[in-house]
Design a protein around this ligand. Sequence first.
Ligand code: SF4
Ligand code: SF4
Ligand code: SF4
Length: 423
Amino acid sequence: MKNPSLADPEFLDRVALDEELTRVFEKCHDCRRCLPLCPSFPSLFDAIDGHDLEASRLTPVETREVVDLCYQCKLCYNHCPYHPPHEWALDFPKLMTRAKLVQAKEDGLPWADRIGAQQDRMGKVSCRTAPLTNAAFKNRAVRLLMEKTTGIDRRWPMPEYQSRPFSQQLDRRDAGAVHAERVILFTTCFVEYSEAETAWAAVQVLEHNGIGVEGGYNACCGAPFLHGGDLENARRNAQKVVAHLAPRVRQGLKIVVPGPTCSLQLKQEYPELLGSDDALLVAENTMDLGEYVFGVAVAKKLDREFPKRIGKVAYHLPCHLKAQNIGFRSKQILGLAADEVVMVEACSGVDGTWGMKARHYDESLKICEGLIDAIEAAEPDRVATDCPLSALRIEERTGHKAVHPVVLLRDAYGLGPGGEESL
Ligand code: SF4
Ligand code: SF4
Ligand code: SF4
């Protein structure tokens, strides 16, 4: 069967998978359109060339290499003219995820991948011990040990953990004004544990425009589990998040997400992962934060008076926003407040945990070269990206602090840091 869904028993069947891999690999080899997109395609085409152009003769090691080099940026899906509803129904990213899941079913998951995907466990412990953890992450011996146990490269710029997760910070503040319109902020694990500035900026900007914000984070969206091949935990996390959010969506609230990998996960993966009405309800009512703010502007409810200058902005469009086919919403919003916005459409090579891993780190640095060069060439006053992991990479490589676009909007309104930072 072509491109079966996760619910189909064929999805995790090795024989069916191998047939589908051969079918898709043959089509891709004939087409070659995705050659420049990522290292996965060159590796595939070289392997097929080495077997007299017969995709069916790829060895398991060669296939595994193609799968391992896919970092789920999803760019090849939209790039491919043969994706569904075309009769060939090619979905290369989904096929790579499927192959990872089958591999994990057969061989088990590597210890490092299992540990590396435990975002909540790591986030909660790191917040509780923030001063110690943050200092430890700067220690070379600790980073070497971490590389051995979790697979995270010693060079990866670990984020600074806050001493209190954002949801707890939000619970402690005065309720303030009551707003007729409200949204749920699904902060994402990254923002929840180490980037509260983005969440507070979202609260400030939305409240400034008459929209109340409720906390909505109860668990990581599960993307690292899915990308790593851990179907059971990916489903478990999706179930937790959906159970938490669906009843509030039924009360009329939208879910707003300040992270494109996570918004993509809720929108696109949950319905297939869970196959439930509630998952569909959550998916249909989830919006990326930039997408939501743009909607507020379109409805003529966004204050367009920006008393502070933010100058020239280099804006990085993350792959997982592109994959959502929602247009360039953050760029358009920034355009209301900035002197100039230079949009950079290039991959940061991080994509979840793929680019942090020691086994991919050098490849990941090569992938991000275009992004880094374009940001430097723009000579910006400020740098923005919706993706918090890309922000770490941009800062590491350019020295520019990259922030979520909503932080620049906050600054343009002259609102200053919010939440615990303002105390
Ligand atoms: S995914 Fe589609 S566009 Fe890309 S190489 Fe394969 S067939 Fe061509
Ligand atoms: S999803 Fe991205 S990394 Fe994976 S094969 Fe497609 S273009 Fe390459
Ligand atoms: S995709 Fe988002 S919520 Fe999920 S692990 Fe990554 S940052 Fe966290």
